[in-house]
Design a protein around this ligand. Structure first.
Ligand SMILES: CC(C)(COP(=O)(O)OP(=O)(O)OC[C@H]1O[C@@H](n2cnc3c(N)ncnc32)[C@H](O)[C@@H]1OP(=O)(O)O)[C@@H](O)C(=O)NCCC(=O)NCCS
Length: 187
């Protein structure tokens, strides 16, 4: 098993296959229509230009992926990113979510992000446990934030600070270019 940066052309189909089941069959994603392969490939390329998009590869198979994107567009949010992780169910509870985040979070910290947010449609004990395990804390629930899979859904937001904990009086530099793993991580 290894963790590496996604290749938009090579990995889009496998990542989309994983994602499609969460669009169609669950409220984990609030997207209602499975994106086209071309659109998904463009997403990987777009995200890779600003943040990072990592995949976990088991032999020839993609087992899952994790990435970060922007949270909101207003300037003062520029140190904040949103993270997401999706795995093929065959690979759940084998430490892969944790491993993907263990690779992703330091890249975002090095890039200059200071706050990570994850919006988790409830209930999702696996995602809550994963995010808690890597240092995210509950910050609040958007009640009935969206209608998905036949019901109103609450979204729990979890957050994790990055960078120095000391109080600052100077504005930190804006996040720089996306950071790369020096080499694929072998698990
Ligand atoms: C959420 C998800 C990525 C978790 O990844 P995972 O590889 O199964 O999680 P890990 O094996 O790395 O486990 C990380 C921690 O969460 C805990 N955990 C994982 N699944 C759990 C579950 N179903 N119930 C309770 N705890 C769980 C593990 O025990 C572990 O904690 P520990 O290390 O302190 O023992 C995976 O379940 C998934 O892909 N779910 C569907 C998609 C999804 O919901 N994505 C999140 C959208 S917000």
């Amino acid at each position: 098993m290894l963790i590496r940066h996604a290749d938009p052309a090579q990995d889009a189909a496998a990542c989309l296959e994983i994602y499609a089941r969460y669009v169609d069959g669950s409220a984990a994603s609030f997207e209602e229509t499975v994106p086209s392969l071309n659109e998904f490939s463009q997403r990987i390329a777009r995200i890779s230009r600003t943040h990072a998009f990592l995949v976990a590869q088991d032999g020839e198979r993609i087992a899952g992926y994790a990435y970060a994107g922007s949270h909101r567009e207003r300037a003062a949010y520029r140190w904040t990113a949103e993270t997401t992780v999706y795995l093929n169910p065959e690979y759940h509870r084998r430490g892969l979510g944790r491993a993907l985040y263990a690779a992703l979070l330091p890249l975002l910290e090095r890039q200059g992000y200071r706050l990570l947010l994850a919006g988790i449609t409830q209930p999702n004990p696996a995602s809550v446990a994963l995010h808690a395990a890597v240092g995210f804390e509950d910050v609040g629930v958007y009640r009935r934030a969206g209608w998905k899979a036949g019901a109103w859904r609450d979204v729990l937001w979890m957050a994790r600070q990055l960078g120095p904990e000391t109080s600052e009086t100077q504005m930190p530099p804006a996040p720089g270019p996306p950071q790369r793993l020096p080499a694929p991580i072998e698990l």
